[in-house]
Design a protein around this ligand. Structure first.
Ligand code: NAP
Ligand code: 8YV
Length: 324
């Protein structure tokens, strides 16, 4: 069909995304190809756009190999799986889906924090194991509103989590690269200091090299034996081996984890720990929020091939987006 553009789809897309994309693009399914090499050799020169997601990203050398690639649209706000430097070198725009998932991911973080402070898993097992009948009431847990919570990352989602924790009456502080002077929350330039002062840390930074193992054994030791760790950022931000050691040795009290170092593999030590709740990277995974993310992913591509601009470029590549 005339006016159609060749689009490489990396990873799953929703039916709604597919239907909208098919109005303007010929779709080529990268992971669905029996031979990915053959697919790229055959159609690589014609590919002008990629639709991918935060987990699958773009395989490392693909940006270099697609000579006519112009835009990569990521279904997700985190884009650590996409080589933005390689895209910048080739003048390829990369887009993501900020803001539309703030509420959902914030709710997931608060859900995990509540689940650990009120010992949801332990208490469910208290019932299912027969302990309630045999031993009586379960031990008391910690009130969410009593907690001093430190946010590791205080961007769009971090600030949305802060708003929710304010409503519950928590004392909220944050660590980021930059202080936000207008904020009502206390800023800690040093993460060890914040961990030392807090009952719980909620991690919500991007992944990638600059945050790799930011939460390490020292941070966990500073958080302390009553401390709770929640990670809804990326598995790479927390040293998973140090976390398992800290949980097994009472260095911290519990953890709520939505993300892991080697997804979808979750170490048995985390899966089986009574004071740990693991969820399978569901921070944004509701019908409503994924529909909004899918629409923004598609809108970025449609807009680009309509007037050469995108709606939500990643910050590093904003300069490639023509002024509106
Ligand atoms: P954002 O608005 O860019 O905020 C990122 C925050 O992290 C900022 O406060 C930033 O500090 C801070 N930060 C970055 N690098 C840091 C470092 N090296 N040390 C300390 N702080 C650092 O991003 P967002 O929209 O809130 O999203 C955050 C991340 O959440 C995403 O990148 C993604 O990885 C993750 N996420 C997970 C899920 C899930 O399903 N679990 C869903 C959505 C997003 P400055 O303010 O000083 O720059
Ligand atoms: C998605 C996420 O699950 O937006 C992000 O950064 O981690 C999640 O919303 C991820 O992009 C995979 O689609």
């Amino acid at each position: 069909m005339a006016g159609m553009t060749e689009l490489l789809v990396i990873g799953g897309i929703t039916d709604q995304m597919q239907a909208r994309l098919e109005t303007r693009f010929h779709l080529h399914d990268y992971f669905g190809a029996a031979d990915k090499e053959a697919l790229i050799t055959q159609i690589g020169d014609s590919i002008q756009a990629i639709a991918t997601n935060g987990h699958d990203g773009v395989p490392d050398n693909l940006i270099d190999r697609l000579d006519n690639l112009k835009v990569v649209s990521c279904y997700g706000v985190g884009y650590d799986a996409i080589n933005v430097a390689a895209a910048a070198d080739k003048g390829v725009l990369v887009t993501h889906t900020p803001d539309v998932l703030n509420e959902e991911v914030a709710v997931t973080a608060v859900m995990l924090l509540m689940g650990i402070s009120r010992q949801l898993r332990f208490n469910m097992e208290w019932v299912s194991s027969g302990n309630w009948e045999a031993q009586g009431n379960a031990p008391l847990s910690r009130s969410l509103s009593s907690l001093k919570v430190g946010l590791v990352g205080y961007g769009r989602i971090g600030q949305t989590i802060a708003e929710k924790l304010d409503i519950f009456g928590c004392e909220v502080s944050y660590h980021a690269r930059n202080e936000r002077p207008a904020s009502a929350h206390r800023f800690y330039p040093n993460l060890v200091d914040m961990a030392d002062a807090c009952d719980a840390l909620v991690v919500i930074t991007p992944g990638g090299a600059s945050t790799n193992k930011l939460v390490n054994a020292d941070i966990l030791a500073a958080l302390g034996a009553q401390g709770i760790l929640v990670n809804v950022a990326r598995g790479s931000v927390v040293d998973e081996a140090a976390l398992i050691h800290a949980l097994d040795n009472g260095i911290i009290a519990g953890a709520g984890l939505d993300v892991f170092e080697k997804e979808p593999v979750v170490p048995a030590a985390l899966q089986q720990h009574p004071q740990v709740i693991c969820t399978p990277h569901i921070g944004s995974a509701t019908v409503e929020t994924r529909a909004a993310m899918g629409n923004l992913t598609v809108d970025n591509l449609l807009q680009y091939f309509s007037d050469g601009r995108v709606l939500t470029p990643v910050p590093e590549l904003k300069h490639l987006n023509p002024a509106g």
